[in-house]
Each structure stands twice: as C-alpha cells, then as structure tokens.
Ligand binder design. Structure first.
Ligand SMILES: [Zn+2]
Length: 135
C-alpha cells in the first residue's frame, strides 16, 4: 500500500498551505519535518501530518559555487554561489534546506545561530525544495 506520507503530498502542503507540514508519530510523539510512513524512533506506522511553525535557527551552512542545472537556470554559479544548510526547527528536529536572502559570495556575512524562517517566495513549482531566509 502506498503511503500518503510522501514528498508529493509534502510539497503540495508546502505550496497550498504555505506551511512546513511534517509528520508526528501517534504512538511515541516523535516529530519529523520530513514525510515518512514509519517512525524512526519506535518503528510504528501510525503517523499523522503535523504542521511546524516554520521558525528555525541556522545550525550550519555551506556556500556552493558548483551548482546543479536547476540552480544554474536561476542564475547561480561560480560568481553567485548559493547557500545550503541545516536548520534546527523551533520544535527541535533539524532539516537540510537552501538558505535564501543571504550573500553566498560572502559567507563571513552569514551567521550560524541566526534566526531564520521558512521562505516560500522562491518555491520552484517544478523542483520544489525547502528554503529558509533570515528572520
Ligand atoms: Zn514513534
């Protein structure tokens, strides 16, 4: 049986609800910001959608100048690196995301620990991906 907790449903919620909606395990309460049908904690299958606030802190980041095709099409590249990082959500879990609204060519201007929020402005309908921007 196909699980309803897949990335297609995840990005549909992101686009239509404008919210980061992950999953919560009904058995043990484990929160995951990614769609998954099995709880990584208790291996149960009783999951439900759970909205996250979209508020997070930047844990770590890296600026990327050798970019994938989809990013090159947006004008990123050697002269305009983009920034990718791990953000720790207000609710506790961490997730990898693109960091927008920062200057990838000046990594020293980007601070770990800074407050970031979910950024939906730049959401690519063809290749949706999570992005966070400085709060
Ligand atoms: Zn669980």
């Amino acid at each position: 049986m196909a699980s309803e907790f897949n990335s297609t449903a995840f990005y549909k919620k992101l686009k239509e609800d404008g919210k980061l909606v992950g999953v919560r395990c009904k058995a043990c309460g484990h929160l995951s910001p990614e769609p998954r049908s099995m709880c990584p904690e208790c291996h149960g299958f009783d999951m439900e959608w759970h909205p996250f606030s979209g508020k997070a802190k930047l844990s770590t980041f890296t600026c990327i100048s050798i970019v994938p095709v989809a990013m090159a099409a947006k004008g990123y590249g050697r002269d305009k690196p983009y920034c990718s990082g791990i953000v720790t959500l207000e609710e506790g879990p961490s997730i990898s995301a693109r960091i927008t609204g920062v200057d990838g060519a000046k990594p020293q201007s980007i601070e770990t620990g800074m407050d970031v929020v979910l950024d939906l402005e730049d959401l690519d309908p063809e290749h949706p991906s999570l992005a966070f921007k400085p709060a």
